[in-house]
Design a protein around this ligand. Sequence first.
Ligand SMILES: [Ca+2]
Ligand SMILES: [Ca+2]
Ligand SMILES: [Ca+2]
Ligand SMILES: [Ca+2]
Ligand SMILES: [Zn+2]
Length: 603
Amino acid sequence: MKTLAIKKYLICYFVTVTVFSFGAQLLAQDYLPRTWKSRKVDLAFNRYYDWREMEAALRQLEQAYPKFLKLKSIGKSYGGRELWYITINNPDTGAEMDKAAMYIDANIHGNEVQGGEVCLYTIWYLMENYAYNAHIKKLVDERVFYIFPSVNPDGRDYWLHKGGSARTSQFPYDDDNDGLYDEDPAEDLDGDGEIGAMFIKVKPGEGTHRLADSGDHLVPIKKNIEGKPDELGDYKFVGTEGIDNDGDGRINEDQPGGIDPNRDFGSMWQPKGIQRGAGDYPFCWVESQHTRDFLYAHPNIAGVQAFHNSGGMILRGPGAQLRGEYKQADLSVYDAIGKDGEKIIEGYRYIVVWSGLYTVWGGFFDFTHDLLGIYSFSNELWRSRADLDQDGKITDEERDFFTKFVDLENTYVPMHEIDHSQLGKVIIDRDVTKLSGRVPPSWLLEELCHRNMAFCLYHAYNMPMPSIKKLEAEKISGSLFRLKITLYNERIMPTMSAAAIENKVQRPDILSIDGPVKALAAGRNKSYGLSQVPERYRRYFLRTEDSDVDYIDQKDLKNLRLTHGIPGKAEIQYEFLIEGKRNVTVTLDCQKGGTDSQKITIQ
Ligand SMILES: [Ca+2]
Ligand SMILES: [Ca+2]
Ligand SMILES: [Ca+2]
Ligand SMILES: [Ca+2]
Ligand SMILES: [Zn+2]
């Protein structure tokens, strides 16, 4: 009997594991809260995923949550990798295009990998918590998410597998202008997956470096105030790890690729003489063509986040001063979200690219803000935790202490010697592996994922949420009626950004009346609701002050174009002069925020 019982148990267990993919270990954890106990997909967020592993994780999530998740590709990268993305939509609460959508991408710079894990965490977290967390449920029910864990998977895999320089696209590019393309890549000569720095031993005084006092790594020699050496160096830096493949006397001077994909977008674009890393023309990179086409096909996108590293920044545009500052109405939206972002992501600063970082021409979020009218942020992920006394500066001593006694030298690579085919005995020294510096140590990755996801969710929550609040019909005389329509947008973002209005890049919202009645005149009630609009939001409201002029001249008054959209956190009212006593359906149709319909009987 005992054997039989065990067999039965094993069969049940096998079926459970196969059908539901529950981890064996989780089954037994009855003491955990239900949010943990019922997890369907067990993913680790203290590690990095290469593109094959990322695809497997995304498929696992899609299989566990088929109702909400769809895994698709927008096309292939230059290197032939699929550009995967996940759509999160609850079909029970409406069609995808009928809700405001949040677009999140990562890793456009191939070496800036951890945004990929933030994306994966976001999908995983939203799904695993949907059934238990009312706020998450509301977000998933109200919004759509398009999540791209890497828009440069060629660069991601190159960096994870080979190391070294992988910021750019992998599209061939002649960095040193010798007519040859990518002819001198770095080589991982010692096979440790890292591209280190190479040094040769020289006579004292001829070197750039010396042995550190600890004796286990090299440090640059100190220089005096005139820039002259203050001590004798006996190790000379000769280049990054690799050989001189083309015999031009230089090492690793033309590595794979060279076009900076985040200088390739067709907004404030400049050629390479002005903007280093630019291609021959905007959108010359196949990956950015795919991204652009996806964005064009999804006018429901109201929020954009593009993850980079590093430095701990919540960046907004513009990328260049020449663009001029954003309109006040847009600034108040950016400020409201960005400043709260500083609270959500500990230690990050909300800053403007050109003034707080550096000038960027042809950057992704200039394109999404200016040419698509989308409120766009870009987070520079990860800020070192080695500022132990929290005075805002990290000294060498603090860094060494952190590495040794907090990170426990997880990323430490001892200095070592190799035989170089061209240079003889060469010292390779790099202090730390690639999984440090620009990315967090593994044990801090999950926190980074969570906080940055939380910021994206805050951004997504504050996308427009327009609705028809009230319909009233007043009889004027006979079959003439005044129809009053009160519209409400309960969130911070307006349905149309000032950039979208100014650049005419978004179809206006449409307020339509469907039914056998005539609309003789229509206009916005300018004085309506002004006193109810909080002082700080009046600027959104006042922005629409000339909109009645736009639509009164319109030929088709039953489909009113609200050319200034609906301001954030505000109510506005439209009035129609209607002839006819019938049932009518009033529909508000916003590209960014969906549709709302209500019926009224006019009598
Ligand atoms: Ca070359
Ligand atoms: Ca190159
Ligand atoms: Ca190496
Ligand atoms: Ca060379
Ligand atoms: Zn970057």
